[in-house]
Design a protein around this ligand. Structure first.
Ligand SMILES: *Cc1c(COP(=O)(O)O)cnc(C)c1O
Length: 489
C-alpha cells in the first residue's frame, strides 16, 4: 500500500502503487514505463530514464505521526537522514548516508539550516538561502554532489555532468561539483538572461573540471540541448552523461526534508501549515507533494508562478501547453515546460505509464496535450495555482520591507502574493518558500524599494573575482563537440 495521508484533509482519490508487491528496498521505475527498474544509485547516476521519462519510486514510504512528532528534538541533518534513507536504502545505507548529509549542511550559515521567519500572524517565510550560493538549490545539490562522489568512488568511474540553468541551478551545481575528481561539469545558461550576480557566481569558479557555457538562446533552448544530448544514446554512453537539474530524483528527495522540518516547527503532526511555492520546473512543489504522500497532512499547496504560467493554465483548463518564455524580474522561474510535472502526471492519470508516454509524445509533436477529466479533478484537489504579475511582485517586495522590515527576493514575493491570494483559511498557518536571498536580485530590490539589498559575506568580493566562460550558438552539434573535447572520459 502507498502512504495514506494520516491527518489533515482526506484525499478523495488514492494512488495505486505501480507494483502490488511492496518491494523492500525501494526501487525506481520510469514515468514512461519502458526503462529498466533501478536502485537508488543507478537512478542518481542516470538522471533521465532511457525512455525519456523520469524516475519515480515504486511506492511512497510512510512516515508515521509518531515519527513526525519525534523530529521536534532533532537537527535538520538528522531529520534529513531519516527521510532520505527511506529512499536510498537500496544502495546507500542509513549509516553511510549520515556523514554525507552532515557534511553537506555543515557549511550552511544558519544553525537551523532552514529557519522560519514570521511575516505576519499565522504567516511565515521558510528561508532556504543559507547555503553557499544563496538559493534553495543548495539544499539538494550539496547532498547530491556528495552522493555522486560516494557512488562514483565505489564504482571507480568518471562521469560528465551536463545541466541547463535559468540562474540558480548552475551556481549550486557548480558549487556541488567543483574540485571533485570523478566529475567534469558543463553548465549551460541563456546568454544575457540571468543576473550578473548569478552569472558571476558560476563563472568565477575556475576549477578545471567546471565549464560554463553561455548559449545564444533561452533557458528552454538550453534545456532542449541538454535533453537532446541525453537522447543521443551513443553520445550519452561515450561521455557517461548525467544530469543535476531537477529531473534527478535525488534532488526532489532532498527537498522533501524542509517541508517536514518547517511543519514540525509549527506544530506538526497535529497542526500542519499550508505552503506556497515559487515554481518553475515543479521540482520544489513536487517535493511538497511527496511529503504529503509520505504522511504529512499539508492542507493546501499553491503553485506560484510569474507570467510564465503553464501550470496555472493547466489547473484552470486541463491543457498543458507550452507558451513563449517571457523574461521577468523572477528569472529562475521563467520556464514554460515544467519537467517535473511528468511525475505528477503519472499519478493523476492513474499510474499508467502508457498514458504518460502518449501525452509526452503529443507534447513533442504539437506543443500541448489535454489531461483527462479525472486527472484534472485530482490535480485540483492537490494544488491551487496563481500567476503573479511584475507589478504585484514589486509591490509585495516593497510592502514586506515596509511592514515587516524584511528584504525579500522577487521569487519569494511571487510565493507571498500567490499564497495570500489563494489562501482558503486564516486559521491554517501558511509558509511561503523563500527560495533565494534578496542580494542575488539587486536590480529588482532597487526597483521595488529604491534601496540596496544587504550583501552577505559570501558575495563580498564577487565583483573582483575573475570570470571564465565560453559563448556557443544554440546548435546541438557545436555543443556536443565542445563537451567531447573537454569531458576527459
Ligand atoms: C529554481 C528556483 C525556483 C523554482 O524551483 P523549481 O523546482 O524549478 O520549481 C524558484 N525560486 C528560485 C530562487 C529558484 O532558483
Amino acid at each position: 500500500m502507498a502512504a495514506r495521508i494520516a491527518y489533515g484533509p482526506a484525499v478523495p482519490y488514492f494512488v495505486r502503487p505501480l507494483s502490488n508487491q511492496r518491494q523492500i528496498p525501494l526501487r525506481y521505475v520510469s514515468t514512461r514505463g519502458r526503462a529498466p527498474v533501478l536502485d537508488f544509485s543507478d537512478v542518481l547516476l542516470v538522471g533521465l530514464a532511457e525512455d525519456g521519462g523520469l524516475y519515480v519510486p515504486e511506492f511512497w514510504p510512510n512516515i508515521s505521526a509518531q515519527e513526525i512528532a519525534s523530529y521536534a528534538g532533532k537537527t535538520y541533518a538528522q531529520v534529513a537522514v531519516d527521510i532520505m534513507a527511506r529512499f536510498t536504502e537500496s544502495a546507500i545505507s542509513r549509516a553511510e548516508l549520515a556523514p554525507i548529509v552532515e557534511a553537506a549542511y555543515a557549511g550552511f550559515d544558519h544553525p537551523a539550516i532552514a529557519p522560519l521567519r514570521q511575516l505576519d500572524s499565522g504567516e511565515w517565510l521558510l528561508e532556504l538561502f543559507h547555503g553557499p550560493t544563496l538559493s534553495f538549490k543548495d539544499y539538494a545539490l550539496q547532498v547530491v554532489g556528495r552522493l555522486f562522489d560516494h557512488v562514483l568512488q565505489r564504482r571507480k568511474l568518471h562521469m560528465t555532468v551536463v545541466g541547463a540553468t535559468s540562474g540558480d541551478t548552475g551556481s549550486a551545481a557548480i558549487e556541488a561539483c567543483r574540485d571533485r575528481d570523478a566529475i567534469t561539469a558543463f553548465i549551460l545558461h541563456p546568454q544575457g538572461r540571468i543576473t550578473e550576480v548569478q552569472r558571476r557566481q558560476m563563472t568565477t569558479v575556475t576549477s578545471p573540471n567546471v565549464h560554463n557555457i553561455a548559449i545564444q538562446g533561452t533557458f528552454d533552448d538550453c534545456q532542449a540541448l541538454v535533453k537532446q544530448m541525453f537522447g543521443d544514446l551513443a553520445f550519452r554512453e561515450r561521455m557517461r552523461l548525467t544530469a543535476v537539474n531537477s529531473i534527478n530524483w535525488a534532488r526532489v528527495m532532498a527537498q522533501v526534508v524542509y517541508y517536514f522540518t518547517a511543519a514540525v516547527a509549527l506544530g506538526a503532526p497535529s497542526r500542519v501549515p499550508s505552503f506556497s511555492v515559487p515554481t518553475g520546473n515543479f521540482g520544489d512543489a513536487f517535493a511538497g507533494h511527496v511529503a504529503r504522500r509520505m504522511g504529512l497532512g499539508i492542507p493546501q499547496m499553491t503553485i506560484a508562478t510569474n507570467r510564465n504560467d503553464i501550470l496555472v493554465r493547466l489547473l484552470e483548463g486541463g491543457v498543458y501547453r507550452k507558451g513563449p518564455v517571457m523574461s521577468s524580474i523572477s528569472p529562475s522561474i521563467d520556464i514554460q515546460v515544467s519537467s517535473n510535472f511528468e511525475r505528477l502526471l503519472l499519478e493523476i492519470e492513474g499510474n499508467d505509464p502508457n498514458i504518460v508516454r502518449d501525452r509526452m509524445a503529443q507534447m513533442d509533436a504539437t506543443g500541448e496535450f489535454r489531461i483527462s477529466d479525472t486527472a484534472l479533478r485530482r490535480i485540483r484537489t492537490q494544488f491551487d495555482g496563481c500567476g503573479v504579475s511584475e507589478e504585484e511582485t514589486l509591490r509585495c517586495m516593497a510592502e514586506v520591507q515596509r511592514k515587516s522590515n524584511i528584504v525579500i527576493d522577487p521569487h519569494t514575493a511571487v510565493a507571498v502574493v500567490a499564497g495570500r491570494a489563494k489562501r482558503k483559511s486564516k486559521d491554517v498557518p501558511i509558509v511561503h518558500l523563500s527560495t533565494a536571498h534578496a542580494a542575488k536580485f539587486p536590480d529588482a530590490v532597487r526597483q521595488a524599494s529604491g534601496s540596496d539589498a544587504p550583501l552577505p559575506k559570501r558575495l563580498a568580493d564577487l565583483y573582483q573575482r575573475k570570470e571564465r566562460l565560453d559563448v556557443l550558438p544554440n546548435d546541438l552539434n557545436k555543443v556536443k563537440a565542445y563537451v567531447e573535447e573537454r569531458a576527459g572520459v
